[in-house]
Design a protein around this ligand. Structure first.
Ligand code: 5GP
Ligand code: ZN
Length: 114
């Protein structure tokens, strides 16, 4: 989608610090990190929110979690633990409407989140 920030990052039109890429998934560091590791893991396909998911996106969503596991392992946080979060809609704090899995690690994480 031409007016989507994250589609522009995938295309390389807006710079980002890439930390993972495969055929279907792209991941980069959050510009405003909330933890020592704060990655955003996104499908290359534009899907706005969880509400827009279809049955045939199920494998792709699994791929986001496999990428999270890979990144957490590569960055040395797999053993101590990490958090994955996907906000859906404005009330949950979603500000970029291209689905993205937050991966946070490297500091104590409170529960429940605010
Ligand atoms: P949301 O609030 O939609 O769940 O998460 C959007 C995230 O995207 C935020 O954590 C925000 O810091 C991050 N973000 C917004 N614009 C940019 C950008 O241009 N580059 C990068 N790397 N992250 C961004
Ligand atoms: Zn997009």
């Amino acid at each position: 989608m031409s007016d989507c920030l994250f589609c522009k990052i995938i295309a390389g039109d807006i710079p980002a610090e890439k930390i993972y890429e495969d055929d279907h998934v792209f991941a980069f560091r959050d510009i405003n990190p909330m933890a020592p590791l704060h990655a955003l893991i996104i499908p290359k396909q534009h899907i706005a929110t969880i509400n827009d998911l279809e049955e045939d996106h199920a494998g792709l969503m699994g791929n986001l979690f496999l990428a999270a596991k890979q990144i957490a392992t590569d960055e040395g946080y797999a053993e101590e633990g990490y958090r994955t979060v996907m906000n859906c809609g404005e009330a949950a704090g979603q500000t970029v409407f291209h689905v993205h899995l937050h991966l946070l690690a490297g500091r104590p994480l409170q529960w429940p989140p605010g």
